[in-house]
Design a protein around this ligand. Structure first.
Ligand code: HEC
Ligand code: HEC
Length: 326
């Protein structure tokens, strides 16, 4: 029963042009998260954890990674759009940091390939940190705790590359592979309630899994929002941040195309969508059914899928979270 059924060919028509890197859905399925192949250097993780809380990234020293990607709130801020430097309201919703390292691209529009690229993008982004690497390196170098920590791990000391490396290693370990779903996939039949199991079956039957697939149930494809129905005809005219991958490639077929987001911890990461416009999970599931699957769901089906999605909630290792974040 756990083995996924053969894919239904007509659903392939839902797949639209990708940037040439995305994998095709031949192997669509939902998988447990495996532990990192090589255990990371604990000293790097500790340093990354410290940097994650470090307000020196922001020009006015007011915000750290943890301000928006809050670990006690499943790696998000639970706001429709982020609030950045000088209380500016950002254009998009904050995605979760949990399991982010499993994504094939980073950001809603996929403009970064690595976490290091995300950090550099954030550093210069006027609405996020509005800073520069020389400024950050200078601030950190004035703190003897950091100079010693870095020297112990990296002979070259505090540099852009070593800051990015420590943060990347830390984030690569922010995995939530202890969810009930992972236990179920590992063979514990009682880990999912009957309703959640029904939801999992519906999730496969309706083809949610063709887009939200892999260990992150998302994060490995680009897809357009509005396959069966024009989302912006209903919502109102699109803004620049609604254009998605088009902002990266300039290709007309990439308009409104986004990286399919992860569904891990989804019941805790609302509001939803790149624009943060959808408040509740049931609303979000029905929206997907209408715009992405082409068939509205009954309320009991929505509720079962919600029960399944709740089984994707997990916690990163307790040691990775600082006391102030617990
Ligand atoms: C002011 C809020 C804010 C702060 C501070 C912040 N981020 Fe982000 N982060 C965001 C937003 C918003 C996005 C999505 C932006 C987009 O897609 O255009 C994002 C995206 C990301 C992503 C990509 C996730 C994904 O699924 O695409 C990673 C990784 C990330 N941030 C890491 C960090 C790290 C590391 C720091 C600290 C150095 C940090 N962020 C600080 C708001 C913030
Ligand atoms: C054709 C691809 C596709 C299918 C099929 C699909 N989704 Fe999505 N889903 C997406 C994309 C793309 C987004 C992000 C769109 C955006 O933010 O503009 C998304 C977003 C979501 C979100 C919100 C995620 C977040 O972090 O805000 C949820 C929840 C979700 N989908 C659940 C489902 C469910 C349940 C189904 C089946 C009923 C489904 N999806 C079917 C592509 C798909």
């Amino acid at each position: 029963m756990l083995r996924l059924k053969a894919l239904i060919p007509f659903l392939f028509t839902a797949f639209i042009s990708q940037d040439g890197f995305a994998q095709t859905p031949q192997t669509a399925g939902a998988f447990p998260i495996s532990a990192p192949q090589q255990p990371a250097d604990p000293a790097k993780i500790e340093l990354g954890k410290k940097l994650y809380q470090e307000p020196m990234f922001a020009k006015d020293l007011s915000a750290s990674c943890a301000s928006c990607h809050q670990l006690k709130n499943a790696g998000v801020d639970n706001l429709p759009q982020y609030i950045g430097m000088n209380k500016q309201v950002g254009a998009v919703n904050t995605p979760t940091i949990l399991n982010a390292s499993l994504n094939f691209r980073q950001f809603w529009d996929g403009r970064a390939k690595t976490i290091a690229e995300v950090i550099s993008d954030h550093v210069k982004d006027k609405s996020i940190f509005d800073s520069s690497w020389p400024t950050i390196i200078q601030h950190l170098s004035e703190n003897s705790i950091y100079t010693e920590d870095f020297k112990k791990i990296y002979p070259q000391g505090i540099t852009k590359a070593t800051i990015e490396d420590a943060l990347t290693v830390y984030i690569e370990n922010l995995l939530t592979n202890n969810s009930n779903f992972d236990k179920f996939m590992a063979g514990d039949r009682n880990a999912l309630t009957n309703d959640a199991q029904k939801g999992f079956r519906l999730f496969k039957k309706y083809g949610c899994i063709f887009c939200h697939q892999g260990p992150n149930l998302g994060g490995n494809l680009y897809q357009r929002l509005g396959i069966y129905k024009d989302y912006y005809a209903d919502k109102g005219p699109p803004k620049k941040s609604d254009l998605g991958l088009y902002n990266v490639t300039g290709k007309p077929e990439d308009k409104y195309v986004f990286k399919v987001p992860t569904l891990r911890n989804i019941s805790r990461t609302g509001p939803y969508l790149h624009d943060g416009s959808i408040k509740t999970l049931p609303e979000m599931i029905q929206l997907m059914a209408i715009y992405q699957v082409g068939q509205p769901l009954r309320n009991d089906e929505v509720n079962s899928i919600a029960a399944f999605l709740q089984s994707l909630n997990g916690q990163p290792d307790n040691d990775l979270i600082t006391n102030q974040e617990k």
